[in-house]
Design a protein around this ligand. Structure first.
Ligand SMILES: Cc1cc2nc3c(=O)[nH]c(=O)nc-3n(C[C@H](O)[C@H](O)[C@H](O)COP(=O)(O)OP(=O)(O)OC[C@H]3O[C@@H](n4cnc5c(N)ncnc54)[C@H](O)[C@@H]3O)c2cc1C
Length: 464
């Protein structure tokens, strides 16, 4: 009997998951490889970072999601090499290396944070791309208030209660809005020495408007709403230096200001997965400044109609790096594979259907743009709520999320404020250790428990 056509999917994010699901009834063998083991709903990461939602709600295990899809297999590990001539994908889990052959390959490994050449900032201002990032941000925010509470003098307290968010896209706006709400509503009456409402929240961006992708009108309205909420919005402002204690902002006239801030977040700029460059180097496809590989109109690479690249790591027609592009790309790639197996070789080009964009400003306030229709305020927030609930994976997760939203938005509390000391030093520690990969960190096989490889000798010594 002929063996089944083997489809390997790299990444279980929006592109990867929707591709895998579209292949459910196809006569193929699907292998999904991801370094995290879950499907991360990134648009709600900021709510994990600010204590509204638990990480489990926005990151269901991909193994569970695909449990009933009999033709799908899930492998955990970091893909390090794609060999387009041998048609193999190599991934690592701990010290183990595994090579998986494919007949068709869908690569949807997404993007990470870009510090525009200032990688030294990462240690002081983590980005928001992963559960690790969100847990660390949560820890930094809540710990800052705790530290401020035990400090004696105002000049020493202020830097701990000055939060700087860099980048006024959707993520930056949502983070700034939530930190303000946290200080003004949730924490307002909890402390005895400090007054959390005195916290400063600064949102800085090099561009001329907030939420640039939403157009001038919504950008201006959003800026006004943020300022009304008490957020200091600094536009035309670049971050030119940073250390643990402070951040330097420079405006377009070259004026610099040093702001004492112990808590800074980075929400500006993305860099595609390094796998995009690997594919570009092997196939001759162009790679742009953000590290995205240029695909042909059918999302394949030159000379390799068996390789599809979708989502944040692909560039085609200036499509934006948003979830819908990745989902539609993933579904398209899967449909193409099915079509070809049925002998239909006429490939229609991939066309992205823009269903609109939305971002929350604060509780009950959002902005939404669908074509020419622009909504603001409560109606936009209801639309945001409906769409986000609809796209969360799993009925139980939707119910839990609604409950947590009621606690945070109707009430004043936050259901998920637990932090650990380990999370508080997360990025700093990782950067110092020259970026140990997440997989190595979590799945070092000999010990079997979460710890860093670098610590294994001392752990062994202690156990002897
Ligand atoms: C904080 C935040 C908020 C956002 N908000 C919105 C929003 O409101 N609306 C919107 O439309 N979009 C939003 N986006 C963008 C949206 O999430 C992305 O466009 C979308 O996730 C892209 O899907 P993808 O499949 O390309 O990548 P991802 O969803 O990022 O998935 C990539 C997957 O690949 C895995 N992976 C990466 N490298 C490797 C490797 N070497 N080996 C194995 N696995 C690997 C990762 O673990 C991940 O699971 C937001 C993004 C962020 C970070």
């Amino acid at each position: 009997m002929d063996r089944l056509h083997r489809v390997v999917i790299i990444g279980s994010g929006f592109g990867g998951l929707f591709a895998a699901k579209r292949l459910k009834k196809a006569p193929v063998e699907v292998t999904v490889i991801d370094r995290t083991g879950y499907h991360l709903f990134q648009p709600l990461l900021y709510q994990v970072a600010t204590g509204i939602l638990s990480q489990g709600v926005i990151a269901p295990p991909i193994r569970e999601v695909l449990m009933h899809q009999k033709n799908a297999n899930v492998l955990l590990g970091e893909v390090t090499t794609i060999d387009v001539e041998a048609k193999t994908v190599t991934h690592h889990i701990g010290d183990l290396e595994s090579v998986t052959p494919y007949d068709s390959l869908i690569v949807s490994a997404g993007a990470g944070q870009s510090y525009f050449g200032n990688d030294q900032f990462e240690e002081f201002a983590p980005g928001l791309k992963s559960i690790d990032d969100a847990m660390e941000m949560r820890s930094r925010i809540y710990n800052a208030f705790e530290i401020a509470e035990v400090i004696e003098t105002k000049p020493e307290i202020d830097p701990w209660m000055t939060f700087v968010v860099v980048g006024a896209g959707a993520t930056g706006v949502e983070m700034a809005g939530q930190i303000r709400e946290l200080a003004d509503r949730s924490l307002r009456t909890e402390y005895r020495r400090i007054d959390p409402t005195q916290a400063r929240v600064i949102l800085a961006d090099g561009g001329d408007q907030v939420l640039a992708a939403f157009g001038e009108n919504l950008g201006a309205k959003s800026k006004a709403a943020l300022e009304k909420q008490g957020i200091e919005v600094r536009l035309g402002t670049m971050v030119t230096d940073m250390d643990a204690q402070s951040v330097e902002l420079t405006d377009r006239d070259g004026n610099t200001e040093r702001i004492d801030s112990r808590v800074k977040f980075w929400a500006a700029g993305v860099a595609a997965s390094p796998l995009a460059r690997q594919l570009g180097d092997q196939t001759g496809a162009e790679v742009d400044r953000s590290g995205r590989v240029a695909t042909l109109p059918d999302l394949t690479l030159p000379g390799h109609e068996e390789i599809f690249v979708v989502g944040d790591m692909a560039s085609l027609n200036n499509y934006p790096g948003v979830a819908q592009v990745a989902m539609q790309g993933g579904k398209y790639a899967a449909s193409q594979i099915k079509r070809r197996l049925q002998g239909d070789l006429d490939a229609p080009a991939f066309k992205y259907f823009d269903k609109g964009s939305m971002a929350t400003i604060s509780r009950f306030k959002a902005v939404t743009k669908v074509g020419k229709v622009e909504l603001t305020g409560f109606i936009a927030w209801l639309a945001w709520l409906f769409i986000h609930i609809m796209y969360l994976v799993g009925f139980q997760k939707r119910i839990t999320t609604l409950g947590h939203w009621a606690v945070a938005f109707v009430g004043r509390s936050r259901a998920e404020r637990t932090t650990t000391a380990y999370q508080a030093v997360g990025t700093e520690d990782l950067v110092r250790q020259k970026r140990i990969s997440d997989t190595e960190l979590l799945y070092e096989p000999r010990m079997g428990t979460p710890h860093r490889k670098a610590d294994s000798s001392s752990a062994e010594d202690e156990s002897n």
